[in-house]
Design a protein around this ligand. Structure first.
Ligand SMILES: Cc1cc2nc3c(=O)[nH]c(=O)nc-3n(C[C@H](O)[C@H](O)[C@H](O)COP(=O)(O)OP(=O)(O)OC[C@H]3O[C@@H](n4cnc5c(N)ncnc54)[C@H](O)[C@@H]3O)c2cc1C
Length: 584
């Protein structure tokens, strides 16, 4: 592996007086793409600034994805406490991991590659995001792709010439067949390709951002192949604190070196923020662009009054539906079979086959049977017998408190366990990202505001009931999968197990983020007071500051967010090229 050369030592040196045409802040899912595409124009000089370093070696192996969580490769954001949420989580806060490394969150995510539906993007257009309907964004999904499964390749909706290699997830887990049969009995059919034009509801093994069985992040797909490009400069461990602005024009950025020294660097054309859903709003607000009342309160000089940090949206998931896998068998048999399945799964990697085990099997359901967008996504994860305690799985992956993690670890000491996770796709009330102080080096505050609307709660409860019903079908009971009741303080004494009241109580303990936060620099029409950027992704009122990352999504796509973010990177770069008449 040869990562891009680090320009930081030159950038940080006393005599660096270079000027760049574009400064891109953040080498994540979107930022790496923006920098790569802009540097295709040979007479432009691009500086890409990334707060983190190169990713750890373990990030290469999909099955080891979680090893980067809660390490220096993770920003380790946490939310504020909330009265009715997070009671089973560490410090009663929701943990919001984000990749702090080259490739950003695409270097630590689960690699599931799902685009979103036609309805998702047509909704963006109808909300004032001209040029972002499904037909307009589809070419960018296709442009990015190197779709490797020839049996499903169709040029109408897949690409072969893009940098991002997509491979189907494969797994030897027999639960895939069992759960698929149960899904069929529940009226959910196998759509075989979750990125088909007409996919709304259905189940399938997902495609993944992997190549030859290994992770294909935005770093590997877009930056490593062009490491030698002479007009692209990549500085690592360089944390941007503010945009330098004069007369509503950006002329550079202020940044922090790894020795905590503040320095500046100039740009001639544009500053582009791709620092993600938490840090892009933090940088804007620290630069004086944000809600005036909040900036005044924080004693930051107001440069522009815009609703930065509002519209925080995420997929909240419930983690309390746990199945044991035939736990009444002799322990020797449980151990032997579990180890064998684990071995077979890991053996796929050296064969160049991509696997995340059972996690690759996704279902999208429409609990109201309205034949519209899916309102619940269901993810399934198998944990091999007696592995989660040692790996601290539930603490690191989902931020469980020690007490709650112990409950799951004990179940895992009896047999393999399977988590059936309903993920809520409908968002009514949004949260917010705030500054915690005027200090541009500070860490922002996050208010999730999850499930504060009755409709949201009702749909999540419908999702739980759907899974409960699905798990009572013959294939599931024949396979010996059995629900394990988790004891939550007060829930079983105050409500009868399995009732909606009971699940509502359980949700207070174990509903949390499944890592899809977006929306804090909302895109919309210029006259839309709730938007921060216009449909060309320029911060409203500023000719040369753009935001190009997941924070611009006006509404959350009804699936995992990486593919849509990468599309935003591709389209964002093209919008810039078009403005300067540099299109192919
Ligand atoms: C654990 C996890 C699992 C996930 N799994 C999936 C999945 O399987 N499928 C899916 O579709 N989505 C998944 N997601 C979500 C998806 O990865 C994100 O939506 C997407 O990566 C967001 O891209 P982004 O470009 O907005 O931000 P990021 O990719 O987070 O990039 C932001 C970059 O900016 C850098 N940065 C931030 N602040 C500064 C600063 N001040 N100065 C310089 N650099 C800075 C960061 O270090 C980072 O590299 C997952 C996310 C996580 C965290």
């Amino acid at each position: 592996i040869k990562y891009p050369h680090d320009y930081a030592p030159t950038l940080w040196s006393e005599n660096c007086d270079e000027k760049f045409d574009f400064i891109v802040v953040g080498a994540g899912s979107a930022g790496a793409i923006v920098a790569s595409r802009l540097s295709e124009i040979t007479d432009w000089k691009i500086l890409l600034l990334e707060a983190g370093d190169d990713p750890p070696e373990s990030s290469e192996i999909p099955l080891k994805w979680s090893l980067a969580l809660k390490t220096k490769y993770d920003w380790q954001f946490v939310s504020e406490k909330e009265d009715n949420l997070f009671k089973g989580l560490l410090d009663e806060r929701c943990h919001v991991p984000r990749g702090r490394m080259m490739g950003g969150s695409s270097s630590m995510n689960v690699m599931l590659h799902i685009r979103g539906t036609k309805i998702d993007f047509d909704t963006w257009e109808s909300q004032g995001c001209t040029g972002w309907n499904f037909d307009s964004v589809l070419p960018y999904f296709i442009k990015s792709e190197n779709f490797t499964d020839s049996t499903r390749y169709d040029p109408k909706y897949h690409g072969k010439d893009g940098p991002l290699t997509l491979s189907p997830f494969v797994a030897p887990d027999p639960a895939i067949e069992t759960i698929s049969q149960a899904a069929e009995l529940m009226g959910v059919t196998n759509v075989k390709d979750l990125n088909k034009l007409d996919r709304t509801v259905g189940y399938a093994m997902a495609d993944s951002t992997t190549k030859n069985g290994l992770r294909c992040s935005s770093l590997k797909a877009y930056l490593m192949p062009i490491s030698e490009r002479p007009n692209l400069f990549v500085a690592k461990n360089t944390k941007v604190t503010r945009i330098l602005i004069e007369n509503k024009r950006a002329y550079g950025v202020e940044f922090l070196t790894s020795n905590d020294e503040l320095k500046t660097i100039n740009s001639t054309l544009e500053v582009i923020l791709s620092a993600g859903v938490i840090m892009s709003p933090q940088i804007l607000m620290a630069s004086g662009i944000g809600p005036a009342d909040h900036l005044n309160e924080m004693k930051v000089d107001v440069v522009a009054d815009l609703p930065v940090g509002h519209n925080y949206q995420d997929h909240v998931a419930f983690f309390g539906l746990v199945l044991s896998d035939r736990k009444d068998r002799p322990i020797e048999e449980i151990v032997k079979e579990s180890q064998q399945l684990r071995k077979e799964t890991f053996e796929l990697i050296p064969k160049g086959i991509s696997t995340m085990g059972l996690t690759g099997l996704l279902s999208f359901i429409d609990t109201k049977r309205k034949c519209s967008n899916p309102d619940i996504e269901i993810m399934k994860i198998r944990y091999s017998y007696n592995t989660t305690k040692e790996m601290k799985t539930f603490r690191t992956m989902f931020g469980f408190s020690d007490k709650m993690a112990n409950v799951f670890d004990e179940l895992n000491m009896k047999s393999d366990i399977i988590l059936m996770i309903p993920i809520l796709n409908v968002i009514v009330n949004t949260g917010r990202v705030y500054l915690s102080s005027a200090d541009p080096k500070g860490t922002p505050k996050i208010l999730s505001n999850y499930l504060s609307d009755d409709t949201e709660m009702d749909i999540l409860l419908d999702g739980i009931e759907f899974i409960m019903e699905m798990c009572k079908t013959k294939p599931m009971t024949d396979a010996g999968f059995a629900f394990e009741e988790i004891k939550y303080p007060n829930c079983d004494t105050e409500c009868e197990y399995g009732t909606r009241e009971y699940w509502k109580c359980a949700i207070k303990h174990l509903a949390t983020s499944i890592f899809h936060s977006v929306g804090t620099n909302k895109m919309g029409a210029v006259d839309d007071k709730s938007s921060v950027v216009d449909p060309t992704l320029k911060v409203k009122g500023f000719e040369n500051i753009r935001v190009i990352d997941s924070s611009v999504m006006p509404t959350l796509v009804t699936c995992n967010t990486n593919a849509a973010t990468m599309m935003i990177g591709e389209k964002g770069a093209d919008l810039i090229k078009a403005q300067y008449e540099k299109c192919d």
